[in-house]
Ligand binder design. Structure first.
Ligand code: PDD
Length: 281
């Protein structure tokens, strides 16, 4: 299969799958999701994604219909239905359907979704372009919920500006993260990244970046930093599961970063090595 969709036990070509109108995701975006890359039919960092997915479901009180082991078996089985083993693996759990529409939680097992689409990790050496946008999201950004409209709007603004990602900041100037990525800077050999609070998603690629820094002896601090810090950074890094790690050469139309390519290259090489080793060389 080229693109696969799974919904509550049924699966087939993504284009042919349909979902019931009373799925609460349609009314409230009531659910959680996770996503990560697969290479050579091996899902990268599978345990970390499944752990976060289950943790988020528990936070929102959505009942998971499978155990972690059953769910991992399901994902591995679905991946082997595909024509290519290089994929973006997307999983979603929405709260049990409610009829009629009602705001309070409904009881019962949630609806489980999986989509698989062909994808490859892009070349991290090719720089990306960023814009900045005020972070207008809610205060539960640490939970990977499906309420993504502010992120979608910021991402569209980046696209309209001919850029790859929007860097979000809470007024007046605290950088939080990207619309669908984490953002970090390198200054004088130290990596700076926003702390894990309710304003950012604890990215799995971010965790791997910090592991790379530990392994390479690169110091890092997890503290708030500002738009000025971003504009004056030696390097601006973006991490996400679909990209691993990228660096930027432009911010709001002006040249930015690209002043410490050696450190960036060391980090990127470590991350690519880890990814290729874990997914079969
Ligand atoms: N987005 N921050 C936000 C707001 C995100 O949406 C994402 C990922 C990240 C990076 O998390 P991770 O390293 O675990 O992928 C940070 C996914 C990929 C998406 O929405 O498609």
């Amino acid at each position: 299969m080229k693109r696969l969709g799974y919904y509550n036990g049924k699966y087939g070509p993504l284009e042919e799958m349909t979902i019931p109108m009373n799925d609460r995701v349609c009314w409230f975006g009531d659910g959680v999701y996770d996503a990560g890359p697969c290479r050579n039919y091996k899902i990268f960092a599978l345990d970390e994604h499944v752990d976060r997915f289950f943790r988020n479901a528990a936070w929102l009180g959505v009942e998971m219909p499978l155990t972690k082991e059953e769910f991992k078996d399901l994902l591995n089985k679905l991946v082997h239905e595909m024509d290519s083993g290089d994929l973006f693996v997307y999983m979603q759990l929405t709260r049990a359907a409610s009829v009629p529409r009602q705001h309070p939680y409904t009881e019962g097992p949630g609806s489980l979704w999986v989509t698989l689409n062909p994808a490859k990790i892009p070349d991290g050496r090719v720089p990306i372009k960023l814009i900045t946008r005020e972070d207008t999201r809610f205060f539960h950004c640490n939970i990977k919920t499906l309420n993504l409209i502010p992120a979608v709007m910021a991402s569209e603004a980046a696209k309209q500006a001919g850029c790859d990602e929007a860097v979000l900041y809470r007024a007046p100037d605290r950088v939080t993260e990207g619309s669908h990525s984490n953002i970090h800077i390198i200054k004088d050999g130290t990596l700076h990244t926003a702390p894990l609070d309710n304003l950012i998603l604890p990215g799995i690629a971010r965790a791997h970046l910090l592991r790379a820094c530990d392994a390479l002896g690169i110091p890092y601090v997890e503290e708030p930093y500002t738009l000025d810090d971003l504009a004056n950074a030696d390097e601006i890094l973006m991490t996400s599961s679909s990209n691993l790690c990228r660096h930027a050469d432009q911010l709001d139309g002006k040249p930015a970063g690209m002043k410490d390519p050696e450190t960036y290259d060391k980090i990127l090489t470590w991350l690519i090595d880890e990814f290729t080793n874990e997914t079969g060389g």
